[in-house]
Design a binder for this molecule. Structure first.
Ligand code: GLU
Length: 468
């Protein structure tokens, strides 16, 4: 049977990094084996599931490029099928009705706790014949002895005694099916061969295997991937900063950087850090995933992000950057071409947000100068170099970096000063103090008109703030 994996999020929030990593591992496993990847929305919790959350999950997956071959399937649209299976289990006596009261179950639980036993249902209604018209739940008749064992692709062989598992509820008194039932029906109907999910589900797996056997189905292979921790060792949560995938986009992380970061959380190949998506598909092996939880490290994500900002095609970076320029109120479709700005600035930014901030001056004048730089460069002695270089720049007809370089050199020569005496105030005048590349390139990208205007403004600023 060809490989089929699934990602089965519950739409009760955004797509968080843990979910995204599970999705990535499932996607890679399917792609690697030439199989298929299914998206299933587990929306049976009607109170907590929302359409916004479904949209957020779809948006996150499409931003990451984790495209699915089948789905999205919605569990709320499959209630008839779940009921059909529940009826079959009832008919074959593998499930039974239970009308134990809340009070009885609470007393049972309390007694067990007092005796330091694991709280579990005692099978009170197993032999009863309860009228379907009276309020009841339906429980699965779990085998009472023997073991359930499986070879987890991450954890190795795991075995559970059936005496540890109680008769779980598969249909609530309101008629709605429960998680363990819907998952196994879906995994079977959808032909899932490999279930890759978070290890918070590990205790559900023996119950699901028993259910599958009761349905006459063959259980899939399982891989339970360890959770992601924050840098303080606690489970990753909002207080560690961004956990939503789309928040990373908003903070200027590239999808390829986040994917590369996520694949390395719990998996490695030799001592490599950089993996393109194609390389991941080729090299990833779910059997090589670590058992131990891994800690999220924002520094490393930023390091990878910087790598991709530096090395990706500048046109692609420009496309991704333009929304962040828009966030600053800048229309990057006007001069200068954003891809050229990317090439000029990208060594200096770890995120697209930073890249946008340090590139804003190419597109608009600024209100103030970097204070420290102004103290050094905007002394009265800078006036003559600025006035002279302005004259030379006015005369430049073809606004190209070679010509601009010549104009600066001529100024330096004419005044008989070091390059810094001209370069420093000129750079501050046109950039305001933002990080910038070679001065001639900086001038070229800013454009003639804006350069002259900014030099005039700087001269006026120095005149107003110093005594000649
Ligand atoms: N819907 C479950 C969750 O979001 C996942 C179920 C599964 O993968 O089996 O935790």
């Amino acid at each position: 049977m060809s490989t089929k994996t699934r990602f089965a999020p519950s739409p009760t929030g955004y797509l968080h990094v843990g979910g995204a990593r599970t999705a990535l591992f499932s996607w890679l496993h399917a792609r690697k084996h030439g199989g298929r990847f299914v998206l299933r929305v587990e929306d049976t919790d009607l109170e907590r599931s929302t359409q916004e959350s479904v949209n957020a999950i779809l948006e996150g997956m499409s931003w990451l490029g984790l495209e699915y071959d089948e789905g999205p399937f919605y569990q709320t649209q499959r209630f008839d099928r779940y009921n059909e299976v529940i009826d079959q289990l009832l008919d074959s006596d593998q499930a039974y009705r239970c009308n134990c009261s809340k009070e009885r179950l609470e007393a049972l639980r309390e007694g067990q706790m007092q005796r330091k036993e694991k709280p579990r249902y005692d099978g009170h209604c197993r032999g009863k014949d309860i009228d379907p018209n009276e309020p009841h739940v339906i429980r699965f008749r779990n085998p009472q002895d023997g073991m359930v064992a499986f070879d987890d692709m991450v954890r190795g062989r795991l075995a559970f005694a059936n005496t540890e598992l109680d008769d779980l509820i598969i249909r609530r008194s309101d008629g709605s099916p429960t998680y363990n039932l819907t998952v196994v029906v879906d995994d079977q109907d959808m032909g899932i061969t490999d279930v890759i999910r978070g290890d918070d589900h590990i205790n559900n797996t023996p119950r699901q295997i028993n259910l599958l056997h009761a349905m006459g189905a063959t259980p899939p292979r399982y891989a339970h991937v360890p959770m992601i921790l924050g840098d303080d060792g606690a489970r990753l949560s909002k207080r560690h900063g961004a956990v939503s995938v789309m928040q990373y986009r908003d903070e200027g992380i590239l999808p390829e950087a986040l994917l590369n970061y996520l694949v390395r959380l719990g998996w490695s190949h030799e001592d490599r850090e950089i993996f393109s998506l194609d390389e991941m598909v080729e090299l990833f092996d779910i059997n090589d995933v670590n058992k131990a939880a891994s800690a999220f490290n924002t520094e490393k994500l930023h390091w990878l992000n910087q790598h991709y900002i530096k090395h990706e095609n500048p046109d692609r970076i420009a496309r991704l950057l333009s929304r962040h320029m828009g966030d600053l109120g800048i229309d990057p479709s006007v001069y200068p071409p954003l891809a050229e700005v990317v090439e000029a600035q990208r060594e200096r930014a770890r995120t697209l947000v930073e890249l946008a901030e340090i590139s804003a001056f190419y597109y608009r004048d600024f209100d103030s100068y970097d204070e420290k730089a102004a103290k050094k460069a905007f002394k009265a002695a800078a006036l003559e170099p600025l006035r002279t270089v302005r004259e030379k720049l006015v005369a430049v007809e073809s606004w190209e970096r070679i010509m601009l370089h010549d104009a600066i050199s001529q100024t330096v020569e004419e005044l008989g000063v070091g390059f810094g005496k001209v370069g420093m105030p000129l750079r501050l005048a046109v950039t305001g103090g933002s990080p910038s590349p070679d001065l001639d390139l900086t001038l070229q990208l800013i454009g003639k008109e804006a350069c002259l205007r900014r030099i005039d403004k700087a001269i006026a600023h120095i005149e107003a703030n110093s005594h000649e």
